[in-house]
Ligand binder design. Structure first.
Ligand code: COI
Length: 367
């Protein structure tokens, strides 16, 4: 057993006796398949979060009638820890993720997790498994907090029991190459007006799978979602928010309740504005994109997300037309955005907005 630095919550820590760290090839990490040694778990019952713990990573049992399994009351976050060039582990804007999971919880009628418990759990978990943070450029420790309904019950109502978990795993780049997109003109995700598009809800991603598979069968990497009323305005991509550069102006769809309020999206908007770019958050139609492309004014398209970071788009299919986008050598904005955010994480670019939070050291005293 390990003791943590005195903090507000008494998170019990049980350290693994069998670290798997030596089995990992950090130069060849498949995204999402390698998991670190420990995980954080806390259960909610009788109106409170009880007995937060960090335990060895492993299976837990779940009742066959657990409500998340049939009614889908399940939310998650995606964030990363990385190491600065001098080896110090750090987070980028962790409190934003705590706030966003609670916004998702409110939408799904789930209890909020105290922000300071969320952040404290992150510090302890990542400090304990800091050797799992890959040092390679473009790699990071991916962090997956999630919560699900755990009542053993049949009947549609909010569960009264929940499990909140955080596990982590080293990852390389989500998209090692520029991606191709196809504008989806048949399906919508759950992002209809008043829907759950702005929450990080498991079901949104489940709803994206069939269209994404069809997109893959047609030779495209991902779906670009359009609005559900007219199939005209761009919303986001299945795995990231999206930005366009048209005639020098950077445009990204405005947060209209149907789009996930990406934290990387927010960081990139701020970074680009700091650099003097005009960044406009507004509705952007596929007609405008076709027109800009045909006039030679569509200079860049890129996506942003925790996993994707900044992913360049090589081509977009809209209304049956493939719009080829300028070569990488001609791109400036997305390249700069990626360099800046990578530099912040590496500690080589000044953190003027106080986004970087160093991981607090864990006191490794056996108890
Ligand atoms: C993330 O960007 O972290 C997500 O949760 C989306 C998924 C593509 C991994």
């Amino acid at each position: 057993m390990y003791k943590i630095l005195p903090m507000k919550f008494n998170i019990r820590i049980t350290k693994t006796q069998n670290s798997r760290l030596s089995e990992v090839d950090f130069n060849n990490i498949p995204f999402g398949r390698v998991f670190s040694d420990h995980m954080f778990v806390v259960d909610y019952s009788e109106g409170e979060w009880k007995d937060p713990q960090i335990i060895p990573f492993g299976h837990f049992s779940i009742h066959p009638a657990a409500m998340a399994l049939h009614y889908g009351q399940a939310i998650f976050e995606g964030m990363k820890a990385s190491k600065s060039v001098d080896g110090a582990p750090l987070f980028l804007r962790p409190e934003m993720h705590a706030q966003r999971i609670n916004a998702s919880a409110r939408r799904m009628c789930m209890p909020e997790i105290p922000e300071d418990l969320f952040v404290e759990a992150l510090h302890n978990l990542v400090a304990l498994d800091s050797a799992w943070i890959p040092p390679q450029e473009g790699s990071a420790l991916y962090i997956r907090p999630y919560m699900f309904a755990n009542d053993e019950f049949i009947g549609v109502k909010p569960s009264q029991n929940y499990k909140f978990v955080i596990f982590t795993g080293p990852v390389g780049p989500y998209y090692p190459k520029p991606v191709s997109l196809i504008a989806e003109e048949e399906y919508v995700r759950c992002a209809v007006r008043g829907g759950t598009g702005d929450a990080k809800v498991a079901g949104n991603y489940a709803a994206s799978l069939l269209p994404a598979r069809k997109a893959n069968e047609k030779g495209y990497d991902q779906v670009m979602w359009l609005d559900s009323d007219e199939f005209k305005y761009v919303q986001e991509v299945g795995t990231m928010n999206i930005f366009f550069v048209i005639d020098g102006e950077v445009i990204t769809p405005e947060l209209n309740g149907g789009i996930l309020a990406g934290i990387t999206r927010d960081s990139i908007i701020t970074i680009l504005r700091d650099k003097g770019y005009t960044v406009t958050e507004r509705a952007i139609s596929v007609d405008e994109l076709i027109e800009a492309h045909d006039a030679g004014k569509l200079q860049e398209v890129f996506g942003t997300g925790t996993a994707a970071v900044v992913a360049h788009v090589s081509k977009m299919s809209i209304r049956g037309r493939d719009l080829e986008l300028p070569a990488m050598e001609e791109r400036e904005v997305g390249v700069l955005a990626k360099r800046e955010i990578d530099g912040l994480r590496a500690g080589t670019i000044a953190d003027t907005h106080n986004w970087i939070v160093p991981v607090k050291a864990l006191e490794t005293v056996s108890i």
